[in-house]
Design a protein around this ligand. Structure first.
Ligand code: PGA
Length: 250
């Protein structure tokens, strides 16, 4: 955690969830009190197909709904794509950009991710910009170099603490059950903090840095206690309300 920075626990359902799965989301929404949301922002990034239904369910709750990707443009001839404005129109209040699965499956470069983050800011919602090294990059001692390149290439110059969150997600820890050790996380988060402060000055101290990669109720407390860890981006464990609430500490 970082002094005076509010935690953000964000779930990422990825390509999971048909309408009945909204029952889990309802359970999360019902459990979130004002007291919890005073210290922690809670967000679930559902598939685009569920955003408007999910947002309607959460209207009078402390749970926010987000999207998992967007196109950089406002509109145009881009079959199958969705603009940030469309996602906001559907009820999203945050958009994950540059997730490693997008970078790997869709060849998204830092420049593409940056344009998507800029689109999220343009649409008035939070951009959650993901960075993280592969196992091979870590083994060859390139972790900080890779994360540094992704940060400088993917985070827009206009970023502020209110518009951009950085999520550090080591690729080898995503969906594998492997979690980075608290020491690994401390080192990378400290590096990200330094880079953000170098680039954005005092604002860099306020920008939230999430950890992601096999976060579950059993390890969330230890990870959240690490310096400069301001929350979590949670994949698998966000699909079940009981697990996600366990991570939030409910
Ligand atoms: P995981 O996914 O929690 O299932 O490892 C994290 C993510 O990809 O955001």
């Amino acid at each position: 955690m970082t002094p005076d920075v509010k935690l953000l626990i964000a779930g990422n359902w990825k390509m999971n969830g048909l309408t009945p799965a909204l029952a889990e989301l309802k359970t999360v929404a019902a459990a979130l009190t004002k007291d919890i949301s005073r210290r922690t922002d809670v967000l679930l990034c559902v598939p685009s197909t569920l955003i408007s239904k999910a947002a309607a369910f959460c209207e009078n709750s402390e749970l926010r709904i987000g999207a998992q990707d967007c196109h950089a443009n406002v509109s145009g001839a881009h079959t199958g794509d969705l603009s940030a404005e469309m996602l906001v129109d559907a009820g999203a209040s945050a958009i994950i950009v540059g997730h490693s699965e997008r970078r790997a499956d869709h060849g998204e470069t830092n420049a593409v991710v940056r344009a998507k983050a800029e689109a999220s800011i343009r649409a008035g919602v939070l951009a959650i910009v993901c960075v993280g090294e592969t196992a091979q990059e870590r083994q060859s001692g390139k972790t900080l170099g890779i994360v540094g390149d992704q940060l400088s290439g993917s985070v827009p110059d206009s970023a502020t603490a209110g518009t951009v969150v950085v999520a550090y997600e080591p690729v080898w820890a995503i969906g594998t059950g492997l979690t980075a050790t608290a020491d690994d996380v401390r080192d990378v988060h400290a590096y990200i903090r330094r880079e953000l402060v170098l680039r954005f000055g005092a604002e860099g101290y306020k920008m939230r840095i999430l950890y992601g990669g096999s976060v579950k109720p059993a390890n969330a407390g230890e990870l959240m206690a690490v310096a400069n860890v301001d929350g979590a981006l949670v994949g698998g464990a966000s699909l079940k309300a009981v697990d996600f609430l366990g991570i939030i500490g409910v």
